[in-house]
Design a protein. Structure first.
Length: 487
């Protein structure tokens, strides 16, 4: 059956990193692609804005970009020519403890290991093989479930990644190594006793020792702007300020890709799906939310541990035991007094973010899904614990609870920033157990958001792999064309 003439070949709904990546991949293969974005500006989790005071640029959602820097697809694109410049902080991440010491993730694995004293060998044994295999692993890991091209490297990784972070922490004896490990694993937004919470810690550490944990010059918006500028340069079209509520609203096309989560997909297209697929999407699970604060500061954060002044990201939670306890409490629906806080200080490395001498800070802690509790004072107290005098430097702040986050971006259901929990049950089978996770039960309708593999974070690989599926299913003649303008 030949294809009918449509307004465009493909419509992508949503301009987050995955929507942009999918659209670029399809446009590169000679198709006509239209992105429709509900908000006035593009970018989804990549927007930056003057949230507090004039001259202070804050990253509303993502700030630190280990996954974008590691992304096999983004790395094929000439984004630098379209304004993207990554700045790599001297230290990727620092983890201060009570008493003034800090553990650090430096770019050199040898240096990071040597700073861990009695855990030097254990750290090298755990992380070094992954760093060595990283060029092979990154393509395997940032992909849907498949038979690996490098089975040995994947098996070695899997044996370390599958256990819980608490289990694997037994490899370390020092407070420093255990704390650093827990801070990395807490990025999984799950109790550290959950299976596979080691995976995210290992990936973030390997990323730190390879492409780094950079900040984009000018703010995360620059990642979206450079992707969009490249997309437009190869003939793509973007329409903003058009929130899609029904398939009847959009131009006709041979394929529609949704950069949204299952709950919204059900609302927009549920009537088109099989009852089995609908049943699967209805059972899709969302995880903990976040409470986010952006600060405008009168000066740098006065950390006691000097390493923190050179770090782009700081994990504030003290010991592994404390972090494991507070993350468990949060998962159980409570608001711990001393939450684990993820903090970034982009202006220390990028002077364009704040007026001269002034600074920005970005911080969040996990909260129960749907929480509306104001966590400002708990988060500030945790920063103050490792940086006494912090509060006196605050010029202005802007906060978002989970309801406000979801109002800002409907993909953050109950404040879940990963488009659904990434636990062992939803790691590869997100959003549903199917031959291809990107296909819905209706031909021509696809999902490409972080609710598909490989999940949350700014890497665009959900979008890339969804686009590959669309090419194979709907436009096979375009699959192996030489991509346009791909320098
Ligand atoms: C506070 C916070 C901190 C984070 N920190 C980091 C970090 O430091 N590093 C990192 O890598 N990741 C981070 N993330 C996660 C990251 O932002 C997301 O994983 C990523 O943006 C997901 O990309 P996406 O393309 O799947 O969806 P999104 O970025 O959510 O984009 C979806 C887009 O679709 C649009 N949309 C939704 N529904 C409709 C509709 N019906 N019609 C039209 N448009 C619609 C939305 O407006 C949005 O623009 C953070 C997220 C948050 C909230």
């Amino acid at each position: 059956m030949g294809m009918q003439k449509k307004d465009v070949d493909v419509v992508v709904i949503g301009s987050g990193p995955n929507g942009l990546a999918a659209a670029i991949r399809l446009q590169q293969q000679g198709l006509s692609v239209l992105i429709i974005e509900g908000k006035k500006t593009i970018g989804g989790g990549l927007r930056s804005a003057e949230l507090t005071l004039p001259g202070f640029t804050h990253d509303i959602c993502s700030a630190i970009h280990p996954m974008a820097a590691a992304s096999p697809f983004f790395n094929t694109l000439p984004l630098h020519q379209y304004g993207l410049e990554f700045i790599r902080p001297t230290i990727a991440a620092a983890h201060p403890f009570d008493g003034g010491k800090a553990a650090v993730l430096t770019s050199s694995i040898k240096e990071a290991a040597s700073l861990l004293g009695d855990d030097e060998k254990a750290y090298l044994k755990l992380v070094e093989p992954i760093v060595k295999d990283w060029p092979l692993l990154v393509n395997e890991l940032l992909a849907p479930l498949h038979f690996p091209n490098h089975p040995l490297a994947m098996m070695a990784f899997g044996l370390k990644a599958l256990p819980s972070a608490l289990h694997l922490s037994k490899k370390f004896v020092t407070k420093e190594a255990r704390g650093l490990w827990a801070g990395m694993a807490a990025h999984s937004i799950q109790p550290l006793s959950n299976l596979a919470t080691s995976a995210i810690a290992l990936v973030l550490m390997a990323a730190g020792h390879t492409a780094g944990w950079p900040v984009p010059k000018g703010g995360s918006q620059q990642v979206a702007n450079s992707l969009a500028a490249y997309f437009i340069s190869i003939g793509g079209n973007i329409e903003t300020d058009f929130y899609v509520t029904s398939l009847a609203d959009i131009p006709s096309s041979n394929a529609v890709l949704f950069d949204i989560t299952p709950r919204q997909l059900l609302q927009i297209a549920g009537h088109r799906f099989s009852s089995l697929y609908k049943w699967q999407l209805e059972r899709y699970r969302y995880g903990m939310g976040v409470f986010k604060i952006d600060f405008a500061l009168d000066g740098p954060i006065p950390f006691i541990a000097k390493e923190c002044n050179k770090a782009g990201t700081i994990h504030l939670g003290n010991t592994l035991e404390e972090i494991a306890h507070t993350e468990q409490e949060t998962a159980d629906g409570r608001h711990p007094e001393n939450p684990f806080v993820l903090l970034a200080q982009p202006s220390v490395f990028d002077a364009s973010r704040a007026p001269e001498g002034k600074h920005t800070a970005w911080a969040y802690s996990h909260v129960p899904n749907g929480s509306t509790e104001d966590r400002t004072s708990a988060i500030e107290k945790q920063i103050e614990r490792f940086a006494p005098g912090f509060r006196e430097r605050i010029l202005a702040k802007h906060t978002m609870n989970t309801t406000q986050l979801e109002a800002y971006n409907p993909n953050y259901i109950g404040g879940d920033i990963n488009g659904g929990i990434i636990d062992i049950g939803q790691l590869f089978t997100r959003p549903a157990l199917r031959y291809s996770p990107y296909r819905t039960s209706t031909r021509g309708l696809y999902i490409c958001s972080s609710s598909t593999p490989p999940g949350g974070g700014v890497h665009g690989m959900c979008g890339y792999h969804a686009a590959q599926r669309v090419l194979k299913d709907i436009f096979p003649k375009h699959l192996n064309l030489k991509p346009v303008n791909n320098t």
